[in-house]
Design a protein around this ligand. Structure first.
Ligand SMILES: *Cc1c(COP(=O)(O)O)cnc(C)c1O
Length: 427
């Protein structure tokens, strides 16, 4: 019998990865939208969200939108027009153009490149922050010197090496679209993520650090860009008494009801960050003698928002784990474990966790796209992935990592049980 066969009591109420945490003010602002009858994509809540997001982040302009993905779409479209000019009628802005993108991230970071006809070229991650590797980006510019747009995300609320990335991007006269969907409130050298790029985005999706149930925001210091995004997001109406159109429009504006929720949440952002940090610290302390590490960050220069606490199992503490496209299998072994085993054991006690974002270059939909590592181009062979040898960094973090329950309503006792279950997997 393995030491890990110990049975733990199941939580009656599910412990979530990251669920919405409401405070009461949200309902008041929603009610205000209702009683004033601004049940629309116009209203005081939207104006306040835009103002407060600017105050908090230091961005000059903010445009509240229906989703982070919508914000990314319009950010990438703006970047495309800025770099390549307006396309001919009927053409997409990025038709046939390559765009450098974070590889280990949520698909919403990169899909909008394809909406506009572009081809994502994936840039490998680094081990220090799990974000885009400046060395790989440098290599990518050597291979594709004509690329003019880079889309970079800050994973799990941890700022990437954004200054280094920005220096490289600037040296190649390219523009940066910064995806701060997961990192609202995180700073790099005292500056908020979401203000480093030419065009930047936030998300208020239900599992983010603060939420509107849905929603997103476009951020920029470029006044013209903000005006354009605002116009496009409301169907591109021209100034006329009838519906006059000179440009393609979108229905991407944030609702005033949703904005009420975001408005009510914004004052609690710092409190949420403090609670997320405490969760991270407790995991770090509770797991410190095990052969694993927590998701790392640059302690000197950055303050993450600790949206999700993650762990990475040491290579030599990994049992055999094989993942196909849709399924996974592992061999139980004394003293060793793998993400699949921990996921299964935590599911048994009614706690939610999930694998690391599966890198885009491993996704069937993007399998044919170029992928650049710090050593140049090239994908690992499938058997290398299975054996765990000579694989790229994104693949390796996906293989050995997982996201832990990081809900700010999780009690210390609940977290202690989660930690015990993880510990037992190494037994
Ligand atoms: C959540 C998320 C998005 C998309 O935001 P939505 O508001 O859900 O559309 C984009 N990028 C990253 C990295 C995200 O985590």
């Amino acid at each position: 019998m393995f030491k890990k066969d110990k049975v733990f009591e199941k939580f009656e109420k599910r412990v979530w990865l990251s669920s919405p945490t409401m405070h009461g003010d949200e309902l008041e602002y929603m009610k205000e939208a209702y009683t004033s009858n601004w049940m629309s994509t116009v209203g005081e809540n939207i104006n306040e969200v835009e103002k407060k997001v600017c105050d908090y982040t230091g961005s000059k302009y903010a445009v509240a939108l229906s989703a982070g993905t919508a914000a990314l779409h319009l950010a990438i479209k703006t970047a495309g027009i800025n770099v390549y000019g307006m396309p001919k009628s009927g053409a997409n802005v990025l038709d046939g153009k390559r765009v450098f993108c974070s590889d280990m991230t949520f698909a919403a970071t990169v899909n909008p490149v394809v909406y506009e006809g572009g081809e994502p070229v994936f840039i490998d991650s680094e081990y220090d922050t799990w974000n885009m590797d400046p060395k790989a980006l440098e290599r990518a510019f050597e291979i594709y010197p004509d690329v003019k747009i880079v889309v970079a995300a800050h994973l799990y609320g941890t700022p990437g090496k954004i200054e280094e990335l920005r220096k490289i991007i600037k040296a190649h006269n390219a523009v940066l679209v910064e995806d701060a969907a997961e990192s609202l409130g995180a700073t790099y050298k005292g500056k908020q993520t979401g203000t480093f790029g030419n065009y930047n985005i936030l998300s208020f999706n239900g599992n983010k650090i603060i939420t509107g149930s849905s929603g997103g925001c476009f951020l920029t210091d470029d006044k013209e860009a903000a005006k354009k995004v605002s116009k496009w997001s409301t169907q591109s109406r021209e100034a006329a008494s009838w519906y006059q159109h000179e440009e393609i429009g979108y229905n991407y504006r944030m609702s005033n009801v949703i904005a009420g929720v975001v408005r009510g949440q914004l004052p609690y952002l710092d409190e949420h960050i403090a609670k997320k940090r405490a969760i991270y610290e407790r995991y770090k302390e509770g797991l410190k003698d095990l052969p694993l590490s927590m998701n790392p960050f640059d302690k000197e220069n950055s303050n993450p928002n600790f949206w999700l606490s993650c762990l990475l199992i040491d290579s030599d503490a990994m049992c055999k784990q094989v993942r196909s496209e849709n399924d996974t299998c592992y061999i139980r072994e004394e003293g060793r474990t793998c993400p699949t085993e921990i996921l299964e054991e935590l599911a048994k006690i009614n706690a939610e966790c999930r694998p690391i974002w599966k890198p885009m270059h491993m996704q069937p939909i993007y399998r044919m796209n170029p992928f650049i590592t710090k050593n140049g181009s090239g994908r690992a062979k499938t058997n290398a992935y299975i054996s765990g040898e000579n694989i790229d960094i994104g693949m390796d973090i996906f293989r050995r990592g997982l996201c832990l329950p990081s809900d700010i309503k999780m009690t210390e006792d609940e977290q202690a049980r989660v930690i015990e279950v993880i510990r037992s997997c190494f037994g």
